[in-house]
Design a protein around this ligand. Structure first.
Ligand code: C2O
Length: 515
């Protein structure tokens, strides 16, 4: 275990990942943000300096460390107004995060409105010297981390405004798709595709992360098998596939054997999203990078990828350690039914005098951020019962250690909604496909919900307020979220380390004093 001291300088800067210049929000002057590398059991200290100045974008910020449990450190989780007030411009905050044995592939992103769309996001990898899959690969380094993302030519504040207020309430359509921060838009320059170099005969661990706000990617590498060994920070039994769908915020590690003739091969990530024809600039299909064998000519692959690949069926993933769902197939202590839908009466609403914009609801409630973070209300104002939170905070109080089963009832409107729970992994006891499975269901922190009911299980063993939300960022800002407040009393009487830092307490008064 080591202390890893990092400094994040968050700046506005012109970026051009697809050849189009626009102002963005970046970390340590690279896009996407700088890669964090750590080892299991390290403690991260990330001094985050907010240098944002651009009046056309949000100038406060907060950062979430996606997939890290934050066991007894809920104050460091990052979602604005759930666990902290945003960091005001020209101020700093140091996130102190013990990794507590977690290892795998993660990422970080702004968790203030739709700010991460502008670039405030990046990969986070925790290496495990005792990784159970260690014998399966030879190389696992910073060159084998692959990020997938869509990209917009306009700042997020404006597109979010338009999405929430203007018919036809279509999700904003990006201008391009990026692999490792590089892409092309129709009519734009032929920006060279990102390149991943491999040596013939070696076995590589590739870590693929969808850092998008909307797009689902279908990932494959031409003429190469991929063996999935990790989903969302959890090791799973090796499962060979040709490719996989990866929803927003999901991660997979795969083993790739560089066993094909020395040459160049397409890494492809075509994108799927509703209403994509709304933007004529967007080419959803030609989103590429190049797998380059050392010794091959410095060129793009000669032909298009073959396609027709056999994709991963998520329900076939089997966790390697502790495979059983919490509580097995016995009854859960608490069952929650969540029905979500988008506001249907768009025409009517817009015409009416009290039109407040479009929204998404869960059990007919649109989640709205409170003025004071949920965690502050728990720790300082002694909130204990559900009825102390305002209804629009849509907060469920969970008892210590209860087995919680959440039934997320999808609506058949074409989207696969990536639902993410903070503070935990969950068992996917009923995925979008396959039969219910309590014996050895996949474990992850983002699950897709389509037109059917998806069921997840977890144990409420981590005191703190944890967001459960759709990770399509446009849906989150439109209200598609709830909060689970686990054991508020236990949290208040918890160990010393849980007592809130002065620096954390100062965030709210500083933020509230902003002009
Ligand atoms: Cu990737 Cu609420 O988080």
């Amino acid at each position: 275990a080591a202390d890893v001291n990092l400094e994040f300088n968050v700046d506005n800067s012109v970026v051009a990942p697809d050849g189009f210049n626009r102002a963005g929000v970046i970390v340590n002057r690279v896009f996407p943000g700088t890669l964090i590398q750590a080892s299991k059991n390290d403690v991260l200290h990330i001094k985050t300096n907010n240098n944002l100045t651009d009046p056309d974008m949000r100038r406060s910020l907060s950062i979430h460390w996606h997939g890290l449990f934050q066991m007894r450190t809920a104050s460091e989780d990052g979602p604005a107004f759930v666990t902290q007030c945003p960091i005001a411009p020209q101020h700093s905050y140091t996130y102190d995060i013990p990794l507590n044995g977690q290892a795998g592939t993660f990422w970080y992103h702004s968790h203030l409105s739709s700010q991460y769309v502008d670039g405030l996001k990046g990969p986070l990898v925790i290496y495990d010297p005792e990784d159970p899959h260690l014998s399966l690969y030879d190389v696992d380094d910073e060159n084998t981390v692959i990020t997938l993302s869509e990209w917009y030519h306009l700042p997020s504040v404006g597109i979010e405004e338009k999405y929430l207020n203007v018919n036809p309430f279509h999700e904003p359509i990006p201008d391009s798709g990026l692999i490792n921060g590089v892409g092309r838009f129709k009519g734009g320059p032929q920006v060279p595709w990102a390149r991943i170099n491999v040596e013939h005969g070696k076995r590589y661990r590739f870590r693929i992360i969808n850092i998008s706000a909307y797009a689902l990617f279908t990932f494959s590498i031409d003429q190469h098998k991929l063996t999935v060994i990790e989903a969302d920070g959890i090791s799973h039994e090796p499962l060979p596939v040709d490719g996989f769908e990866i929803l927003v915020a999901q991660r997979y590690s795969v083993v790739l054997e560089a066993n094909q003739p020395v040459g160049n091969y397409w890494i492809s990530g075509p994108m799927t999203m509703q209403h994509s024809s709304d933007n004529k600039n967007l080419d959803t299909q030609n989103v590429f990078a190049v797998l380059h064998y050392v010794g091959a000519p410095d060129a793009d692959p000669p032909s298009k990828p073959k396609g027709g690949v056999k994709l991963l069926d998520e329900s076939n993933l089997v966790p390697l350690v502790n495979p059983e769902a919490p509580g097995g197939s016995g009854p859960a202590d608490r069952v929650l039914d969540l029905n979500f839908h988008r506001d249907a009466n768009t025409g009517e609403l817009e015409a009416s005098a009290n039109f407040i914009g479009f929204c998404w609801t869960i059990n007919d409630i649109k989640y709205e951020s409170p003025d004071l973070p949920t965690l502050l209300n728990i720790m300082v104002n002694n909130f204990t019962n559900e009825n102390q939170f305002t209804p629009s905070e849509h907060t469920f109080v969970l008892k210590r250690d209860e087995i919680v089963e959440v039934h997320i009832h999808g609506s058949a409107n074409g989207h696969k909604h990536p639902f993410h729970l903070h503070g935990h992994v969950f068992s996917v006891v009923q995925a979008m496909t396959g039969a219910p499975n309590f014996a050895n269901p996949p474990q992850r922190d983002v699950v897709g919900v389509g037109g059917s009911t998806v069921i997840i299980r977890f144990k409420a063993d981590n005191p703190g307020p944890w967001f459960l939300h759709c990770h399509i960022d446009w849906h989150l800002v439109a209200g598609l979220a709830v909060v689970f407040a686990e054991d508020p009393e236990g949290q208040r009487s918890g160990p010393k380390s849980e007592i809130i830092k002065q620096e954390w307490l100062d965030l709210c008064p500083i933020y509230q004093a902003l002009p």
